[in-house]
Design a protein around this ligand. Structure first.
Ligand code: PMP
Length: 405
C-alpha cells in the first residue's frame, strides 16, 4: 500500500492527540456554536479561542487608552502591553538575539511586506544588484518588490528581478536551480514558509544553503505562524512577517520581526500613528494560547488530517491534487505537506464545487487564491485545516467529494 507510511503516521497522530484536540476545539465558540458546519478555510483566516475574545474584552473594559502618549495608569498599561507584546513575538519566534532584533506591528502580512519593501529595501540595493521574487507565491509577497524595482529605476538605480525557480511537480522551490541562478549581486530573496496553495513547507534551510551566508532572506510566514514551530534561530532568515488574524488574533494585527544582522537597520519611516492596541492585546493572548496548545502538536494534527485528505483524494479519479500528489510523511526529507490541500474536479468548475460543498456544510475557498502570475491558470478548491478540525469532518468531506463522482 503506497500510502502506508504517512497513513500509519496520520492514524498514530490522530489517536494520540484525540483527547488534546477535543479539549481545545471546545474552546472555540464559533465552532461549537455551529456543529452543522465545518470551517475549512483557516488559511484565509483562523477562528479565535475564547481566551483571545476574553482578552480583548478585558483590555477594552479595563485599560483601553492610547499607547506611548498619556501618563495615567490606563495609558501606561497600554504602553506596557505594546512593549511586552514585542518581546512576546520575539520569544514566540525563538529569536536568537532579542537584544539586537526589532518587532514592528502592522495590520497584517501584506502591510508588513510592503513596509520592508518601501522603507528598508531601497537602502540595501545598488545599481546592478539582483533580487529573487517568489512568482508563484501569494501576490502580497510579489507586488511590493516589483514596486520597489520601479521606484528605484525612476531614480536611475536598476535592479534585476530574478523569478524564483520552482519544481513544478511538488510546488517546492527548485533549490538547485536557485544556487546556479544567484550570484554575488543577489542581495535579497523573498520567500514563503508554507505555500498558501500547495501547502508545502518550502524548505527555507535549503534556500539559505543555495544562496550562501550573505543574502538577506525575507520570510512570509503568513501560513506557518500558529501552525508549526517557527524558529528564527533555525531558519537563519532576516525578516519574518505574519498576520495576526491567521494566528488566532484579531484582524488588523500583524508583525514584522527584523533580525538586524544583515544590511541596514530596519527603522520603519514616518509617523505611524496610534497602534491597533486591541489587536495587539489579542495577539499577545493568541501567542500564549498557541504556545500552551503546542505548535508542534498543532502541526502533527493538521499534517495528519491533510495526509488523510490527500490520500483519500488520490483514490478518487475525478480529482486532481495541486502541488505534491502525495501526502508526504511528516518526517519526509523532501517536502512535508502542511494543513493545506488544494484540488480540482476534472469536470465541475471550482466555483460551483465550492457552492456544492457549502450546501453540505463545508466552508472552503474556491478561486485562484491570490496566487502570482506564475501560478495556476485555473481556479481550484482549497481546504485549509487548523487544530479545531476533525477526522470526522475530513472523512465526511471525502464522502461528499466521492458522491460527486
Ligand atoms: N502571504 C500569504 C502566504 C498568505 O496566504 C496571505 C493571506 N492569504 C498573505 C500573505 C496576506 O495576508 P494578509 O491578507 O493578512 O495581509
Amino acid at each position: 500500500m503506497t500510502a502506508s507510511k504517512s497513513h500509519t503516521q496520520a492514524v498514530a497522530a490522530i489517536e494520540e492527540l484525540g483527547e488534546w484536540q477535543r479539549a481545545l476545539r471546545a474552546q472555540f465558540p464559533i465552532i461549537t456554536g455551529h456543529p452543522e458546519l465545518a470551517y475549512l478555510d483557516s488559511a484565509a483566516t483562523a477562528q479565535k479561542p475564547k481566551a483571545v475574545l476574553d482578552a480583548v474584552q478585558t483590555y477594552l473594559t479595563t485599560a483601553n487608552a492610547n499607547a506611548g502618549r498619556g501618563t495615567y495608569p490606563w495609558a501606561n498599561r497600554t504602553t506596557a502591553l505594546v512593549e511586552e507584546t514585542r518581546d512576546r513575538v520575539k520569544q514566540f519566534l525563538d529569536d536568537p538575539d532579542p537584544e539586537q532584533s526589532a518587532v514592528h506591528f502592522t495590520s497584517g502580512a501584506t502591510e508588513g511586506l510592503r513596509t520592508i519593501a518601501r522603507d528598508w529595501l531601497p537602502q540595501l540595493l545598488a545599481d546592478g544588484d539582483e533580487i529573487v521574487i517568489p512568482v508563484a507565491d501569494h501576490q502580497a509577497n510579489i507586488e511590493p518588490w516589483l514596486e520597489v524595482r520601479q521606484q528605484l529605476a525612476r531614480q536611475g538605480v536598476h535592479v534585476r528581478v530574478l523569478p524564483m525557480p520552482y519544481q513544478r511537480a511538488s510546488g517546492d522551490y527548485d533549490h538547485t536551480a536557485m544556487a546556479s541562478l544567484s550570484g554575488p549581486r543577489t542581495r535579497f530573496v523573498a520567500a514563503t514558509h508554507v505555500h498558501h496553495v500547495y501547502g508545502g513547507n518550502m524548505n527555507i534551510h535549503r534556500v539559505r544553503r543555495a544562496l550562501g551566508p550573505d543574502a538577506v532572506i525575507c520570510l512570509d510566514a503568513a501560513q506557518s505562524i500558529g501552525h508549526l514551530p517557527v524558529s528564527a534561530a533555525e531558519l537563519d532568515v532576516d525578516f519574518i512577517v505574519f498576520s495576526g488574524h491567521k494566528a488566532m488574533a484579531l484582524p488588523g494585527s500583524g508583525a514584522v520581526w527584523a533580525r538586524q544582522a544583515r544590511g541596514p537597520a530596519f527603522t520603519p519611516g514616518g509617523w505611524s500613528g496610534t497602534p491597533n492596541t486591541a489587536g495587539i492585546a489579542s495577539l499577545a493572548t493568541a501567542l500564549d494560547w498557541l504556545e500552551a496548545a503546542g505548535t508542534d502538536r498543532i502541526e502533527r494534527w493538521t499534517v495528519a488530517l491533510a495526509a488523510r485528505l490527500t490520500d483519500g483524494l488520490r483514490h478518487l479519479e475525478a480529482y486532481e491534487i495541486l502541488g505534491c500528489q502525495t501526502s508526504l510523511a511528516a518526517d519526509s526529507p523532501v517536502q512535508p505537506r502542511q494543513g493545506i490541500v488544494t484540488f480540482r474536479h476534472r469536470d465541475i468548475d471550482s466555483g460551483d464545487l465550492g457552492f456544492v460543498l457549502f450546501s453540505h456544510g463545508f466552508m472552503v475557498r474556491s478561486d485562484s487564491h491570490c496566487q502570482g502570475n506564475a501560478g495556476e491558470r485555473t481556479g481550484s478548491v482549497r481546504v485549509s485545516l487548523h487544530l479545531y478540525n476533525t477526522l470526522e469532518e475530513v472523512d465526511r468531506l471525502l464522502s461528499v467529494l466521492n458522491s460527486l463522482g
